[in-house]
Design a protein around this ligand. Structure first.
Ligand code: FMN
Length: 263
């Protein structure tokens, strides 16, 4: 099959998902249309036609794809278009996220060429999978892109694409309950540069006074504000954060997991 168009779609507060998706996309020679929904989930996304490929990536939140992207995915319009679903997780587990994403895409009219779960530095800190994706991960992503491209070239008709045995279970893992609210705090070292407000996916850092968090209930805990602050002035201090992070350091920081590919 010959591809007429390639697009990417991702949500990526701390850029690890974006890096993996862009690396896979970089091996294709077509011009690429990017849909970055990190800051705005209402952008217009064109309908995908036959002989078009979408590479779509999300971080894993609680073994699922982030709930705030579900409607965007479910509302994609496709007609026998090709797709490559990707999830990026922080070295704990990706559980049902890749299966969930793949199911939604197929319900929209996509055919899956290949799928992958990659590892990115955990949102909660560089103690867990620090520096990932590293150069080895990026080589794997590139090679996966090449194999996916070859698979498309060697496929005559979309009906030849067989179902992939993507890891995951039904029913999907229950979404993490969100009845305890916590989020970033601002230290006195904040110099109001405002970089944090520009990266918050849910816009809860006050535009005029970036020291102020306007609606803690909406915080995703993505840590984009924490990781982007040049003064290290945005910090997570809540007991919930300390508990999760302690658990992750003790259980998920020793063994470096490797990408899992389905092709
Ligand atoms: C709320 C939340 C839940 C997360 N849940 C998981 C998880 O279930 N398993 C895991 O390995 N990593 C988990 N992570 C870590 C992210 O999946 C990981 O750091 C990812 O690389 C972040 O992607 P990004 O850089 O595109 O934002 C979670 C992160 C957040 C903020």
């Amino acid at each position: 099959m010959k591809l007429n168009k390639i697009s990417t779609l991702y949500f990526s507060p701390t850029n690890t998902t974006k890096t993996i998706v862009n690396t896979i996309a970089s091996v294709f020679t077509n011009e690429i249309t990017n849909y970055d929904i990190t800051l705005d989930r209402s952008i217009k996304i064109d309908k995908f036609k036959e002989n078009e490929l979408l590479i779509v990536g999300f971080p894993v939140y609680g073994g699922r794809i982030p709930s705030l992207v579900v409607d965007v995915v479910k509302n994609l319009k496709a007609n026998n278009s090709l797709c490559i679903p990707i999830v990026v997780y922080g070295n704990r587990d990706y559980e049902d996220s890749l299966l969930e994403l793949s199911d939604y895409l197929q319900e929209c009219g996509f055919k899956i060429v290949s799928a992958g779960a990659f590892i990115g530095e955990h949102s909660f800190g560089s103690e867990i999978a620090g520096g990932r994706p590293n150069s080895h991960d990026l080589d794997i992503a590139k090679n996966f892109g090449v194999k996916s491209m070859d698979k498309i070239s060697n496929t005559n008709s979309i009906d030849e694409l067989k179902n992939l045995n993507i890891s995951g279970n039904y029913p999907y893992k229950e979404a993490t309950p969100s009845n305890i609210y916590w989020g970033p705090e601002t230290l006195d070292s904040c110099n109001d540069c405002g970089q944090c407000k520009d990266v918050c996916p849910v816009g809860i850092i006050d535009k005029e006074n970036p020291k102020l968090i306007t609606d803690i209930k909406k915080c995703l805990h993505c840590c984009a504000c924490v990781k982007s602050c040049p003064q290290n002035a945005k910090v997570m201090t809540s007991e919930m954060y300390k508990k999760f992070k302690g658990f992750l350091i003790s259980t998920c920081s020793q063994v470096q997991k490797q990408p899992e590919l389905f092709i």
